[in-house]
Design a protein around this ligand. Structure first.
Ligand code: UDP
Length: 254
């Protein structure tokens, strides 16, 4: 077996040096964590499902012109991605009140927002990922105003597309977190989506019952966590044991 150089181990993924220059291999683990690592556990089969869900969503986003780091799936738990210079803040897009927004403003979960809200959080586990303003981002030199405009515009396009895609399979996209990176190509630089999109970093509620189909089941000690992840994959028409060409496509819900 060829030994690969491990570059980074995160909470849900391991990154290895890729087979070609400028690439990385992302390995999706079953490990789950919540509340800034205070709660840890394993969601059996999550890595396999998230690898497929993320691949599916990246490919669909690519088709509508959103640049992403995804190159191709390698096996059940691994995908090849482009190496980027990570931009050190997370972007959260919200459509419905939930999670930290509900807590911060004492609002009830489930209230649709009159328009989507985009928030930025500094990536720092020790500090607990504090929320930051554009002012902090530019003053601390994490990004330029032009890059922030591009990140905002990409985030809203991703949100619009994903809202429609999930709506078609009877799921409300409540909110999600994404990250971006800089891809250097000769003299030019592009901002691209450089993160997974899966029930680990989205809130996904059943359209009719508002049942949670995402990592909140783990955060809140609810049952049927594995089933929730499987249900999202099933509705997207993705079978974990299949090949890249086997996508059946989403099962539309009337
Ligand atoms: N999220 C994430 N990683 C983080 C923080 C948030 O994936 O480090 C996702 C989370 O799953 C949810 C959305 O971003 O879909 C908004 O999370 P929120 O700010 O409400 O924080 P939480 O309630 O997860 O602490």
């Amino acid at each position: 077996m060829v030994r690969r150089r491990q570059l980074f181990e995160g909470k849900a993924k391991v990154l290895f040096e890729g087979p070609e220059p400028g690439t990385l291999v992302a390995y999706f683990k079953d490990d789950a964590s919540a509340n800034n690592n205070q709660k840890q556990g394993v969601i059996i089969g999550k890595g396999v499902i998230n690898n497929r869900i993320s691949e599916y969503l990246m490919v669909r986003l690519g088709e509508v012109g959103i640049p992403t780091h995804f190159v191709r799936r390698l096996n059940m738990r691994e995908q090849l991605v482009r190496a980027v210079e990570i931009i050190p803040f997370k972007v959260v897009v919200r459509n419905i009140v939930a999670g930290s927004l509900a807590e911060r403003f004492g609002m009830e979960e489930g209230k649709p927002l009159p328009r989507s809200i985009v928030e930025f959080y500094f990536k720092d586990d020790v500090l607990g990922d504090p929320m930051v303003l554009e002012e902090h981002i530019t003053a601390f030199g994490w990004s330029t105003p032009q890059e922030i405009d591009e990140i905002m515009s990409l985030s809203l396009r991703i949100n619009d597309f994903l809202c429609g895609l999930f709506m078609g399979i009877g799921i409300k996209l409540v909110d999600f977190k994404i990250e971006f990176g800089r891809l250097w190509e000769e003299e030019s630089m592009r901002i691209i989506l450089a993160d997974e999109i899966s029930p680990d970093n989205c809130r996904l509620w059943d359209l009719k019952t508002s049942e949670k189909l995402d990592k909140d089941r783990f955060r809140q000690d609810l049952d049927r966590i594995e089933e929730a992840y499987q249900e999202v994959a099933r509705r997207l028409g993705i079978l974990p044991e299949g090949n890249p060409g086997d996508f059946q496509g989403p099962h539309l819900v009337q």
